[in-house]
Write a protein that binds this ligand. Structure first.
Ligand SMILES: Cc1cc2nc3c(=O)[nH]c(=O)nc-3n(C[C@H](O)[C@H](O)[C@H](O)COP(=O)(O)OP(=O)(O)OC[C@H]3O[C@@H](n4cnc5c(N)ncnc54)[C@H](O)[C@@H]3O)c2cc1C
Length: 436
């Protein structure tokens, strides 16, 4: 089959791009690896009903009704171009809208069962109506901790505290961004209201510095931290729990763009994103990118970027809206940075790469004794980033550890280069006549 546009990812950005493209008469196909469309924000259970507290459901239904989505279909790579081959079809243009995943930062005990990402905890509840535990600590940094904690509390879990390593009152330094996007402030107040009703304490400048347990987590140590995230001695406190949900913001899922040769840049929040122009075009002709792949900015920015990517005409109002949301995203990145002090919680035997079991000492040795100067050299010396996740989970942590020792740019891009964007199932290989 030949299409005008193939969209990869049926989250807010991909759905908006597909709807905009089909509105102007283009033939569109959308692929998503999940069983249901909606991406992270509109994630919902198999019965098709939104979970309590789900925002923007009407928008999702409106977009969903306008496009056909091939679900359960991971796109591992894109061939040629233009025209491109995508999951067995041909398309003149491709929109990459593959979103983001949780950013993971290690600490002692982070590999114990019961410690999971904030996004993972939320996905269990939103997608399967399963609580990850009964007594849950939520920690890390970023506004995302609030909906996660509020959702878990509302679902019946005992949330023992939200520990935010930064200080969100610093938003007061960005009155312009807040005033232009007042909905975000109202949303945050709403979550705080839910947490207050469930008597969940919210502590700023606090971090989980260690998780404890033998065969699963049974407690955490929480400490007050400095602006740089170093623990303040004497403030440590132990909290018994059965689950820890940690989130340190998100990492754009840019594998497909990188494999196609699209230009990237380091965003203000320290992750790598696809670079786009005013019309969401990447540096590769025929390839567009929209949503979290171009930098973390939230659902409204993703929807707007998608609408621009899918449209053929220049709409100054859409571009102005996108710029407003981008200004808010820049403020968010400034308020919730990842500070290098997280490394001071890590012990020598703390795993940085769990797939290949590479600990902090091994990375230090690669730099100090073997002379590695960037993440790629450390990867070759230690195998960090060569396992099942291919550096998705450990890439930024390893790069950060290298930068802390060398003081130079660790070359984050090397940890994002992957031949396959997604694992390929044998069943897909058996049924596909032609890959990708
Ligand atoms: C785990 C998680 C939970 C989040 N929860 C919230 C929340 O509660 N509230 C909030 O405001 N923001 C949340 N966010 C932020 C959220 O990502 C954005 O606001 C919004 O969903 C981004 O839209 P998007 O379309 O760019 O990406 P996404 O919503 O992430 O959609 C990307 C889609 O691409 C698909 N995909 C990825 N790779 C491939 C591939 N190779 N082949 C086929 N399909 C692929 C994915 O399955 C997904 O459906 C969350 C982010 C994450 C990572």
């Amino acid at each position: 089959m030949r299409y005008d546009v193939a969209v990869i990812g049926a989250g807010p950005a991909g759905l908006a791009a597909a709807a905009a493209a089909s509105d102007v008469g283009r033939s569109v196909v959308v692929f998503d690896l999940n069983a249901r469309p909606g991406g992270q924000f509109y994630r919902h259970p198999a019965d098709g009903r939104p979970t309590a507290g789900q925002h923007g459901w009407a928008t999702f239904q409106r977009l969903r009704s306008r496009v056909d989505v091939v679900t359960g279909r991971p796109v591992a790579m894109v061939g040629g171009g233009p025209p491109f081959t995508v999951a067995g079809v041909t398309a003149d243009a491709v929109v990459i809208a593959t979103g983001a995943h949780d950013r993971v930062l290690p600490f002692p005990g982070w590999t114990l069962p019961g410690v999971l990402t904030a996004g993972g905890a939320q996905a269990l509840w939103k997608g399967n109506r399963v609580l990850p535990g009964r007594r849950i600590v939520v920690a890390g940094t970023g506004p995302f901790l609030l909906p996660v904690a509020a959702g878990l509390a509302r679902a019946g879990a005992r949330v023992l505290g939200v520990f935010e390593a930064n200080d969100p009152t610093r938003f007061a330094r960005f009155p312009g961004a807040l005033a232009r996007d007042p909905g975000k402030l109202a949303e945050a107040f709403g979550y705080h209201g839910v947490l207050a009703r469930h008597r969940v304490p919210v502590r700023n400048r606090h971090a989980v510095v260690a998780a404890h347990g033998d065969d699963r987590v049974t407690a955490v140590t929480v400490a007050r931290v400095t602006r740089d995230w170093r623990r303040v001695p004497g403030t440590e406190r132990r909290i018994d729990c059965d689950t820890v949900a940690v989130g340190f913001g998100f990492t754009p899922q840019i594998d497909i763009g990188v494999a196609l040769g699209c230009a990237t840049h380091v965003t203000p929040d320290g992750t790598l994103a696809l670079t786009v122009d005013d019309h969401q075009r990447t540096s590769v002709p025929g390839v567009y990118a929209a949503g979290e792949v171009t930098g973390i900015g939230g659902v409204t920015l993703s929807l707007t970027e998608g609408a621009i990517a899918g449209s053929t005409r220049d709409d100054p109002r859409l571009r102005a809206r996108r710029d407003r949301h981008r200004a808010f995203a820049a403020a968010m990145a400034a308020v919730y940075p990842v500070r290098e002090g997280w490394l001071s919680h890590v012990r020598g035997d703390t795993l940085l790469c769990r797939c290949e079991e590479v600990d902090a000492d091994a990375v230090a040795m690669a730099v100090d004794e073997l002379g590695a100067r960037d993440a790629r050299a450390v990867k070759l010396f230690t195998r960090a980033g060569m396992g099942w996740c291919q550096g998705r989970m450990c890439g930024e942590a390893v790069a950060c550890a290298v930068r802390a020792r060398t003081g130079t740019d660790p070359g984050l891009a090397a940890m994002t280069r992957r031949t396959l964007a997604q694992p390929v199932r044998l069943g897909d290989l058996a049924t596909e006549k032609e890959l990708p």
